[in-house]
Design a protein around this ligand. Structure first.
Ligand SMILES: Cc1cc2nc3c(=O)[nH]c(=O)nc-3n(C[C@H](O)[C@H](O)[C@H](O)COP(=O)(O)O)c2cc1C
Length: 261
């Protein structure tokens, strides 16, 4: 049976419309679940770098929620003063949104090491308590990779200097090259390193932690082995940390933590 051109075009249009409605309906109805999963994934990363779960473990969403609630305190801080800012709730605080919105962010210093264009006025940080005492600080960090931004968390012990770990939750680096920032072997090189240079009087000076080009020397307290074939990503990680641990990043907050001890 031969069909007219009009019939074929109408048929194709109806098929397109039905598929379009189906795909957009699925996208809309799955959006909430995707958002929830993204929040859960970030919480899991905070727990891993917080030393509360093993990176390779299968942890249920309920367990993640429970561990997070019982061990982690979320705080909003004023980046400039480093003080706690309780006029904004940490619930649902989206730092990426805050960084982009001109009313909640400021222009970043020119040519900064993290490649940041804008900086949020406030930041969401986490503290892990252990036996009623501050055990570690978990700071959100972002920088510039080869293909796009790097987003992660950097954990410091309560002395604000000893590194407890690093973890990334979003990046666009090449698997096997820059993507090795997610390799557990590389991540295991971080705990125990020191973040800040010592001043002459024994205080903490400028951020000194860095990812080397190639392997780090034995006994190097500040150096992490570079990722082979991924010098640009490695440099991005160094720049990210140098910036966020410095005066325009979490420097003022870390100074407040030291003062409070
Ligand atoms: C397809 C492709 C993907 C790459 N991905 C990365 C990457 O994710 N991170 C990175 O630093 N370099 C990446 N590079 C390599 C860079 O272009 C550059 O050569 C490298 O950073 C130099 O590092 P090396 O001095 O350790 O060899 C990639 C190169 C190619 C061809």
């Amino acid at each position: 049976m031969e069909r007219s051109s009009g019939y074929i075009i109408t048929f194709a249009a109806v098929v397109c419309l039905v598929c379009g409605v189906f795909v957009s309906g699925a996208a809309v109805s799955l959006k909430d679940r995707q958002d929830q999963n993204a929040v859960l994934d970030k919480q899991k990363k905070v727990l891993i770098v917080g030393g509360l779960i093993d990176p390779n473990s299968e942890t249920s969403p309920e367990e993640i929620e429970r561990l997070f609630k019982t061990n982690i305190t979320a705080k909003i801080i004023d980046l400039k003063t480093g003080q706690i800012y309780d006029k904004i709730s940490s619930d649902g605080f989206e730092q990426e949104k805050y960084t982009k919105d001109p009313t909640t962010s400021i222009e970043a210093p020119a040519r900064n090491a993290a490649g940041a264009k804008r900086l949020p006025k406030h930041a969401l940080i986490y503290e892990r308590q252990k036996n009623g005492k501050l055990d570690r600080l978990i700071l959100p960090v972002n920088g510039k990779g080869l293909w796009g931004p790097l987003y992660g968390y950097f954990a410091l012990a309560s002395d604000t200097n000893t590194v407890k770990g690093i973890i990334f939750y979003k990046h666009q680096e090449t698997p096997g090259l820059g993507g090795e920032i997610e390799n557990p072997n590389w991540m295991s090189l971080w705990p125990g390193k020191k973040a800040f240079a010592m001043t002459k009087d024994g205080g903490l000076g400028k951020p000194k932690i860095e990812v080397n080009k190639g392997p780090s020397k034995d006994g190097d307290e500040y150096g992490i082995d570079g990722l082979s074939g991924a010098t640009i990503t490695s440099r991005g990680v160094t720049g990210m940390l140098q910036f966020w641990l410095g005066d325009n990043g979490f420097g003022p907050y870390l100074a407040q933590v030291r003062k409070g001890q």
